[in-house]
Write a protein that binds this ligand. Structure first.
Ligand code: HEC
Ligand code: HEC
Length: 319
C-alpha cells in the first residue's frame, strides 16, 4: 500500500475524529439508558428509616425540602410546563418516595452520579430525575439548576439523612421478580385486572378523578406514562405490582398474576416514545430502544402498538 503524505493522514484523522464526535453528540443512544432497569439491590430487609416529616428543619434548607416534597406528591403543579400527563412522582414511588421496594428516594440519592456502560457516560441525579420527567411524566424536564429540580434534589438529600454514600441499600428500586416458568400471558392478566384492579384504575385504564384531582392514576391511554417509561417494561411493572399493588395489599398476588396483569396493562396504547421524534421509523425506534420485555411495535389484537404520532398532550420542544 502506498504511504500517504503525513499532512493528508493528519487531516483525515481530524475529519474522522470530528465525525465520531458529532455522531456521538447527536446519537440517540446517549439518551438511551435513562430508563434501563436499575442494578439489583442487595438482598436483606430494608431497615433504613428516612427522618420524619416533622423533623424538616425550619430554615431555608427546610423550605426547599418542603417544596420538593410538595412537588413530588403533587407534580401536577408543573402541568403544562414540565408534565403532560396525569401522573405524580409518588404514584410509582409510594409514600412520597419513602416506601422500600417502591424505588425510594433515600436509596437513590447516594447512588449518583453513576457511570452507565451502555451510554458510556456518568449520569447525575439531576439527569436521572429528568429521565422520569421525559418518560414517566410524558413531559419536558426542568433544567438543571432550576428551582423545581433543586427542590426535588434537596428533598431526596434530606430523605437520605444518615444513609451511606455510593453503597446500594436493600429496598432500592423494585425487588426483582423472576419470570414465571410458564411465561406470562396478558389474557390471563385481563381477568386479574377485572377482579383486583379495575375498581380503582377503571376498566378503561384511565384511573379515577374526584373533581380535577386524579385520585387513582391511569395505567394506559393519553394520561399515562409513555412508551419510553421504565414502567412500560413487563418485568419492571410486575416487580412494582408484586410489592405495591393492589394498594394496601402488597405481596398478595402470586408471581404469575403479577406478571400476567403487568403484561395486560402494558399491552395497551399510551403516548408515543418521545425518542421516536428523532428516528425514521417505528421499526428503528423499536430496534434501538426496545430490546426488552415490552409490547412496543408488537401486533396486539390486530393493532400495532406504538404505530401512531400521538404524543399525548406533550407539544415537544422546539418543533
Ligand atoms: C409511571 C411510574 C413512574 C413515575 C410517575 C415516576 N417514576 Fe421515577 N422511576 C420509575 C421507574 C420504573 C424507575 C426505575 C426503577 C427500576 O428500574 O427498578 C424509576 C427510577 C427513578 C429514580 C432512580 C431511582 C434509583 O434508585 O436509582 C429517580 C431518582 C426517580 N425515578 C425520580 C422520579 C421523579 C422525581 C419523578 C417525578 C418527576 C418520578 N420518578 C416519576 C417510575 C416512575
Ligand atoms: C384501592 C385502589 C387500588 C387498587 C385496587 C389498585 N391500585 Fe394500583 N394504584 C392505586 C394508587 C392510589 C396508585 C398511586 C399510588 C400513590 O399515588 O400513592 C396506584 C399505582 C399503580 C401503578 C403505578 C403506575 C402509575 O401509572 O401510576 C400501577 C402499575 C398499578 N397501580 C397497578 C395496579 C394493579 C395491576 C392492580 C391490581 C392488581 C392495582 N394497581 C390495584 C390504587 C389502586
Amino acid at each position: 500500500m502506498r504511504k500517504l503524505p503525513k499532512s493528508f493522514r493528519l487531516a483525515m484523522g481530524i475529519m474522522l475524529a470530528n465525525v465520531t464526535l458529532s455522531a456521538s453528540a447527536q446519537d440517540p443512544q446517549t439518551e438511551r439508558d435513562y430508563q434501563v432497569p436499575l442494578p439489583p439491590a442487595p438482598s436483606g430487609d430494608a431497615v433504613f428509616q428516612p427522618p420524619l416529616e416533622s423533623a424538616i428543619p425550619d430554615n431555608q434548607y427546610g423550605d426547599m425540602v418542603r417544596k420538593g416534597r410538595d412537588l413530588f406528591v403533587d407534580t401536577q403543579q408543573l402541568r403544562g410546563t414540565h408534565v403532560f400527563n396525569e401522573q405524580n412522582c409518588s404514584n410509582c414511588h409510594l409514600d412520597a418516595g419513602r416506601m422500600a421496594n417502591s424505588a425510594p428516594m433515600w436509596a437513590a440519592f447516594g447512588m449518583y452520579p453513576a457511570y452507565r456502560g451502555k451510554n458510556d457516560k456518568v449520569n447525575t441525579l439531576a439527569e436521572r430525575i429528568q429521565g422520569c420527567f421525559t418518560y414517566s411524566m410524558n413531559g419536558i424536564p426542568p433544567e438543571t439548576g432550576s428551582e423545581s429540580l433543586v427542590a426535588l434534589e434537596t428533598y431526596f438529600h434530606w430523605l437520605a439523612t444518615g444513609a451511606p454514600v455510593n453503597q446500594a441499600m436493600p429496598g432500592r428500586g423494585y425487588a426483582k421478580l423472576e419470570t414465571p416458568q410458564g411465561g406470562y400471558d396478558p389474557e390471563r392478566g385481563a381477568q386479574v385486572y377485572a377482579e383486583q384492579c379495575a375498581v380503582c384504575h377503571g376498566s378503561d385504564g384511565a384511573g379515577q378523578k374526584v373533581g380535577d384531582r386524579q385520585v387513582f392514576p391511569p395505567l394506559w391511554g393519553d394520561g399515562a406514562y409513555n412508551w419510553g417509561a421504565g414502567m412500560h417494561r413487563v418485568n419492571t411493572a410486575a416487580a412494582f405490582i408484586k410489592a405495591n399493588m393492589p394498594l394496601g395489599k402488597p405481596y398478595s398476588l402470586s408471581d404469575e398474576d403479577a406478571w400476567d396483569v403487568a403484561a395486560f396493562i402494558n399491552s395497551h396504547e399510551r403516548p408515543q416514545d418521545p425518542r421516536r421524534r428523532g428516528m425514521e421509523s417505528l421499526e428503528a425506534t423499536d430496534r434501538t430502544f426496545h430490546q426488552h420485555s415490552g409490547y412496543y411495535g408488537d401486533d396486539v389484537g390486530g393493532q400495532r402498538l406504538g404505530d401512531h404520532d400521538n404524543y399525548g398532550a406533550n407539544p415537544g420542544s422546539g418543533d
